[in-house]
Design a protein around this ligand. Sequence first.
Ligand code: GLC
Length: 747
Amino acid sequence: MEMIKPGFCLFFLLSILSCANRREMIDYDINTKVDSILSIMTLDEKIGQLQQLHYEEENKKELYDKTIKGRTGSIFNLTDPVEVNKVQKFACEKSRLSIPLLFARDVVHGFKTIFPTNIGLAATFNPELVKKGSRIAAIEATSHGLNWTFAPMIDISRDPRWGRIAESFGEDPYLASVMGLATVEGFQGDNISSKTSLAATAKHFAGYGAVEGGRDYNTVNISRDVLQNIYLSPFRYMAENNCRSFMVAFNDLDGIPCTGSEFLVKKTLREQWGFDGVVVSDWSSITEMMTHGYAIDESDAAMKAINAGVDVEMESTAYADNLNTLVEAGKIDEDQINDAVRRILRLKFELGLFDDPYVDTNKVITNPPQKHFDIAYDAALESIVMLKNDGVLPIKSEQKIAVIGPMADDRYEQLGTWTFDGDTNLTITPLMELRKRNLSNKISYVKAMKHTRDLSESGFREAKKVADKSDVIVFFLGEEAILTGEAHSRATLELPGVQEKLIKYLAKTGKPVVLVVMTSRSIILTNILDDVDAILYAWHPGTMGGRAIADVLTGSTSPSGRLPVTFLRTTGQVPTYYNHKNTGRPTTEPFIPMEQIEWRAPQTSTGCTSKYEDVDFHPLFPFGFGLSYTTFEYGDFRVLSESFTETREIMCSVTIKNNGKVKSKEVVQLYIRDIAASLVQPVKELKKFEKVSLDPGQRKTINFTLTSEDLSFYDLDGNKVFEPGEFELMIGPNSQEYASKTIFVSN
Ligand code: GLC
């Protein structure tokens, strides 16, 4: 084992003495240590740090061998703490340089305790709660030996056909930024070297949510304006706020795979945004550049990825098999590899792995404590969006309830996608909870369908029997986990199977019908909206979903979720989102159904504006929408500073009052519109929101502060631009209902 040369010790000590402050001292300290290790690494050992390997029982011997030889720097998908320590021991005690390994996993919306899928977490509009959830996930995951998670996914998702909308925080850049940072802060904790900290990963960089046709992994083309101001927005925010790693996306962006994009990684992420963390490929996305038709062979792929600035290769081995030769041939410079190795070693120092690389196997969390379930319950509760209520909710205690449907009692499916480590034995389903509460046996249950995709109507009759002898029908439906998430896109967005038919069949009983929809995309509800009396959108609510849903159904709590995505009338409206451009011909006339257009109507008689002839182009439910068991009255919207210089802040306020009889939470939303700018701006953009709780009759004044940052946008080259001029400020309960004021902002 080669010792570190004495000269470095002296240099090290001298350099420490010259440090100005603690943070500089830490950086200097880590950078010095990193450079001293780097100086004694062989090229093969450096390349080894760039290799991330997937752990499988059948490949573990090979993985042990590579670890001892220093040919891997990180392992993913190993969650057995004893095995983690065994592999870590090979790295720290058997390899030449004793460099510890990183252990990574997709800890996306929980580990053992599962929280709502991210789109449901977004619907809480409660970043503090989301942060608590990811903190709990980190505590559980690190107890199993993990120290790196491939989350949060912050891809802007405007297309519900795309299955991965489930993992996203929806269509809005501001909401995705706020929720993404809350997730990062929860994962990384207050001190990233703590034993309960996970390095977070902003993914998938970039534009993945804009896959053509909503078909996963498909090609992506985005205008420079929309790229800078919509799709890059949350990633820029993560880079500015110390998220410690990024993952490049599978897709090509404007003809160049993200994994080989020097524009995205080298120029934008590293040079323009100053990101100094680790960039990891997606699963074999380096070698997939050959499939894309961007690399001619693995050597070419390796060169393009390292030139772009991708540090870690997940799963494929293009780096391990080719970088050495590429350096020797002078096709790449060893310094490029040195830079990547520095970032990886730095992350390991930041995580404290050089000081304490092992997991304490006496503290493995296999049975999460109650407080984990309490936060998961809060998150599930606050994610539920009430879309409709004709008065049938809340259900009265004396009412007999017919619980029907394939999602009423499925401990696995209600957890949603990306729940590899979720413990289904912990799941509380709606049926379990309703039965527990309703001891006088007022609950009758029929699943009626094998699963949500079932095409058989054989369960309908039994469902009707149960419905006939009940006072209210609660139908639990939606999509199983397999219908959303990675590689699970759909070309149609209606409810799968015979669910719509069953709803209409049950509606014919004349009993009130309550839908509880469990899925993680915005399903098309148009065809059944008039057949039901109430709709609760519960997403995939996670471990505590049943208790949360029961509390809303019975009125213990008023629903407070708000839509993080626009709900469409028909799939043909995709993409439709709230922060759209105005166009030169916005539609203001009411929708006239195609059937009502006069025979031989003159060509221009239906109006030359941006609309459809066959469907009302407005959404079925708008971004930010959600009902509660009370009503809120908004008033006294004030802007406290009519003119504005770049140094001052715009202060505005509004009062809201709870006009009902129950305590409820409201999400007060502030949107802006830049009326005229050098780049056309959206008709509205969410810039602030605040979730407030109000007792019956209580009134509160909500204050918002806007800075020039909030009124800025990015030009085509990604430079922030603030242009004085007219701005419309809008405050209200959602993106369609608001009071507005126009102000003139001077320089
Ligand atoms: C997957 C996903 C990515 C995930 C990675 C590791 O293909 O695209 O989100 O983190 O592989 O599981």
